[in-house]
Structures are given as C-alpha cells and as structure tokens.
Design a protein around this ligand. Structure first.
Ligand code: TXA
Ligand code: MG
Length: 370
C-alpha cells in the first residue's frame, strides 16, 4: 500500500482564534511513506506538536531539545508541569548524549529489549532542557518499536519528547481517533497508522538505583525483566490504595490517571465471588437510577444483565485484555454510563500493567469480594 492522504480537519465547533488546524496524515505502518512523515518531521523541527503511533499507545511529540515546544506539549494536553514526558530516540548512541551516565545493566537491557516497550531512567546530561525533565535530575528514555515512530524521529533529527497523546488524566489513546477526540484543534498533526499493538504504555524502570526499580508496569512484563537480573517493583506499582507523597518516586504517581468520565469500581477476588459482587453492585446502582457498564471477560460476560456489558477478552489472554482496555473505557464513556464496574484480573504478564491502570482509574475504589 504505502498510501498517504492529507486531510485538514476543521474543528466541529466554531473555531476559536487560538485553535490550530490539526492535520490528519495517514501512513501505512508496514511501509511508511516518507512523504507524510516528512510533513510531520518539518512540524517537529519548527517547534510544533505531532501525535504519532508507537507499539504501546499514541504519543504526542515535540522536539525534546526545544524548551518552548516542550512547554507547548504540556499546555496542549493540560499536563501538570511537574510530570515529565518520555524522550524517544531511534538509536542507542543518542542515549549517551542525553544521559550523564549509562550503567552496564542498562546497556544490557537496551541490547535485549530495544526497540520495545521499556523506558529507562538515567541521570541526565547538560544537553536536556529543564522543562523536558520537569526540573528533575533524571530523564526517561525509550526507543519505540514502530516503523512510523522511528522514521519520524530520524527525519526530525532530534530526540522526541512524547507523553501519551491524551488530555491529562484521560485513558491513553490506542488509535488516532482517540487522539483526535482529545486534542483536535490543540496540536498540529496526527500521524494515523491504525490501532496500536500492545495497548498499555511502556514499563518504566529506574536505572539510577541498584537493583533497578519498576516505577510503572507496562508492555515489558516484570517476569521478563527478572530473567536478566534482580529487579524490584516499587510499592506503588502494586498499591491498592493511594500512597503518601514521601513514598512517591515517579512524578506520574501523584496524578490522576487513565480515568474515564464515569466512576470506576474494581471488584477483586476469586471468580465466583467477584461475579456475585459485580451483579449485586450493578443492581444497586441501577436502582439508584445510574446507567451501569460492566467490564467483564469472555468467561464471565454471560453472567451479567445490565445496561452495557463488554468483554475485554479471555482472562487467560492478558495481551488481548491489555490491547482492549483503554479503548473500552472510552467506549463505555461514549455509551453514557455513569458507573463502570470492572472485574479484577490476574497480575501476571501484562496483567500487572492492566490492574495498575484499572486501580488507578478507579482512584483505588477497590472492593474485595468473598
Ligand atoms: O508507552 C509509553 O511509554 C508512551 C508512548 C507514547 O511512548 N508514553 C507514555 O508517556 O506513556 P507518559 O508521559 O504518559 O508517561 C511517562 C511516565 C510518567 O508516569 C512519568 O511520571 C514517568 O514516565 N517519568 C518521566 N520522566 C521520569 C523521570 N525522570 N523519573 C521518573 N519517572 C519519570
Ligand atoms: Mg500518559
């Protein structure tokens, strides 16, 4: 294919003077057509904001070395200024420019897992602007495994700072449509290469401590990292409640995350007890006049009768569940439900990332069944 179309999308509402015309650039993920990528790269070089696909979720990119562009990034997605984005590179040599020091263990991980859904935290060099790291002395770096993302970074000729391409606090975008919903009129362009493969963000691993510590579970499972050497989980990763500020190591840990408009409740425990509890809760919310959505699994979905029931996939296929999670949260919002009741799932493999996102989306409104 290699097809490419340009379409300038007008905001649906009357256009305010500060609004941008967000260009949609459709690019084949298998054989990216350089024409569209060059349009996007030119925007990045000029200090603009471009959303692009990665293997995890869509990111919103800006030149990581241009402080004004990065500031624009924070503004566009209404992100608190104390929560730095991840800096994306397309070759390992750039890490040595951006990081003050690269530990041997990090080199091992980069060789094994890059490009891929693993973000590493290093002490940063002088080269990195303050705003890009939100004033911290560390920087988060990753090399995404996506032809379009890699080509965009290469053509731009600079590392690209990119948080997920959603309005802060909302579920991360796993398609260009999700980015458009949140950021149309606020950014310069969206590179659309279809839905993302993994569906949850990268694993964030702090390499400034030994043993390294997972600050955010994600696309590279904890079990896989553990096979390399001793790696720990930050207590926040498995938390079932809000931790105190002194326990927080990653700025992202402090902020509201992944939340749809509806209230989210997570019901955890053994399956039969979970099903009974979910049914009970759904009935009681409906009696109070709420429209209820249930996030179920293939094994349980027929047990429910309520306003909207969606199966994330089989409980034994957490890869598929991860891929569906954010888009289903958005779909439940679109269906107008007031309450989303989600079943607790396994924390193995990508399950740890899924449960971390669900618990955070619920604001730790977790009910133990049985
Ligand atoms: O898969 C991903 O990681 C996606 C795609 C677009 O690459 N990006 C992403 O970025 O999820 P964002 O900004 O939504 O999440 C970055 C996370 C936040 O939790 C942030 O607090 C953390 O990384 N982070 C960034 N810099 C950090 C640092 N220096 N120390 C500790 N945590 C950091
Ligand atoms: Mg995010």
């Amino acid at each position: 294919m290699g097809s490419l179309t340009f379409k300038t999308v007008q905001p649906i509402m009357g256009k305010a003077s500060h609004m941008k015309n967000t260009q949609m650039l459709i690019v084949d993920p298998q054989e990216p057509d350089l024409e569209g990528i060059r349009v996007a790269a030119k925007l990045i070089v000029q200090g603009g904001l471009v959303a692009f696909p990665t293997e995890t979720v869509y990111g919103l990119g800006a030149n990581a070395l241009n402080p004004d562009a990065v500031l624009g990034l924070f503004k566009a997605k209404k992100r608190p200024l104390d929560n730095p984005p991840i800096v994306h590179v397309e070759n390992i040599q750039d890490v040595y420019k951006l990081a003050e020091y690269v530990p041997a263990k990090a080199e091992k991980l980069m060789r094994k897992f890059w490009p891929g859904p693993l973000t590493l935290i290093f002490q940063h060099s002088q080269m990195v602007p303050k705003v890009t790291v939100a004033g911290l002395d560390t920087v988060a770096i990753r090399m995404p495994k996506h032809n379009v993302a890699l080509a965009l970074i290469r053509e731009s000729g600079c590392p690209i700072a990119a948080p997920s391409g959603n309005i802060a606090g909302r579920p991360s975008p796993t398609s260009a449509k999700h980015v458009f919903e949140d950021l149309n009129g606020r950014i310069d362009a969206i590179l659309d290469s279809g839905p993302t493969r993994i569906g949850v963000e990268s694993t964030v691993l702090d390499m400034t401590v030994d043993p390294p510590v997972v600050l955010r579970p994600g696309g590279t499972p904890f079990e896989t990292l553990k096979k390399m050497f001793d790696v720990r989980l930050h207590p926040f990763v498995v938390a079932e409640k809000v931790l105190s500020l002194s326990e927080v190591r990653s700025p992202g840990m402090r902020h509201k995350h992944y939340a749809p408009n509806a209230d989210v409740i997570v019901v955890e425990g053994a399956i039969p007890a979970v099903v009974t509890k979910v049914r009970e809760l759904a009935d009681s919310y409906r009696q109070k006049g709420a429209k209820v959505g249930i996030l179920a699994t293939d094994e349980t979905q027929t047990a429910y009768e309520t306003d909207v029931v969606k199966s994330l996939g089989s409980r034994f296929n957490m890869d598929l569940v991860a891929k569906n999670l954010f888009s289903f949260l958005r779909e439940l919002d679109a269906a107008g439900v007031n309450v989303i009741i989600a079943e607790g799932l396994s924390t193995e493999g990508l399950g740890l990332a899924v449960m971390n996102r669900l618990r955070k989306a619920s604001g730790y409104n977790i009910i133990k069944a049985g």
